[in-house]
Design a protein around this ligand. Structure first.
Ligand code: AP5
Ligand code: MG
Length: 221
């Protein structure tokens, strides 16, 4: 299979979508489009839309499909998206998946090329999310035990401060997992029979998971 185009990272909260999407985006020189990161930037800006998104995200629920599809339509119109993008955390509902198919068709891009479904057991997810730290400036992802920064609390990449996400509190994680099962897991049936769908074992260290993804995409590991 050719290494090109539109790639979706699908998987539960904490499965490793962001970590692996950053690696693939860098290797394939494609933009990393994370709806979670875009929403957090909007929250950080203090805009009215950001305030509405903040309340929803802190509860572990999903932001409305119309808002998300609007953000994606705008992002796909940028020049750097013309050769494809790496979607991380989008689509997350059937309405979003259907909306993406329509959007790609309308801009003359034929289809989603790969759907990489990262699979990980719930116990592992909880342990990964409870130790996660993210850079408030560049979005780099760390873990206090599994992927610590060189200097505690400081991003290796840009030197900014690392923070724990507000939605990584245990009670919100439980809600996010439940929402994933009811709203997002049905997308597996939507994509499963299409060319380019693959289940990726998300266990093991980051390099092991990256190697499985590289083999699936046919790119250098
Ligand atoms: P979003 O930001 O997308 O969060 P999520 O889907 O819940 O996923 P996470 O970012 O928590 O996990 P991840 O899979 O990216 O894991 P990561 O690589 O960080 O969405 C947040 C919220 O925004 C949603 O709840 C919703 O409200 C809203 N939203 C976003 N998109 C939306 C949409 N399309 N529609 C509606 N609402 C939307 O890894 C986790 C940790 O594990 C890190 O610490 C990492 O260092 C570590 N780790 C990663 N891989 C490994 C490994 N192999 N071994 C050991 N540790 C590892
Ligand atoms: Mg993420």
């Amino acid at each position: 299979m050719t290494a090109c185009g539109h790639i979706i990272f699908l998987g539960a909260p904490g499965a490793g979508k962001g970590t692996q999407a950053q690696v693939v985006a860098q290797r394939m020189l494609l933009p990393h489009v994370s709806t979670g990161d875009m929403l957090r930037a909007s929250v950080g800006s203090g805009s009215e839309a950001g305030k509405r998104a903040k309340a929803i995200m802190e509860s572990g629920a999903l932001v409305g499909d119309d808002v998300i599809l609007g953000i994606i339509a705008e992002r796909l119109a940028h020049d750097d998206a013309s050769g494809g993008v790496i979607f991380d955390g989008f689509p997350r509902t059937l309405v979003q998946a259907e909306g993406l198919d329509r959007l790609l068709e309308s801009v003359g891009r034929l289809r989603v090329d790969h759907v990489l479904h990262i699979v990980l057991a719930d116990e592992e997810i909880v342990s990964r999310l409870s130790g996660r730290r993210v850079c408030e400036n560049c979005g780099a992802i760390y873990h206090v035990a599994f992927h610590p920064p060189m200097r505690e609390g400081i991003c290796d990449r840009c030197g900014s401060v690392l923070r724990q996400r507000d939605d990584d509190r245990p009670e919100v994680v439980r809600r996010r997992l439940a929402v994933y099962k009811s709203e997002t897991e049905p997308l597996v049936s939507y994509y499963r029979n299409r060319a380019g769908y693959a289940e990726i074992d998300g266990s093991g260290d980051t390099a092991m998971v990256s190697a499985r993804i590289a083999a699936t995409l046919g790119i250098e590991g």
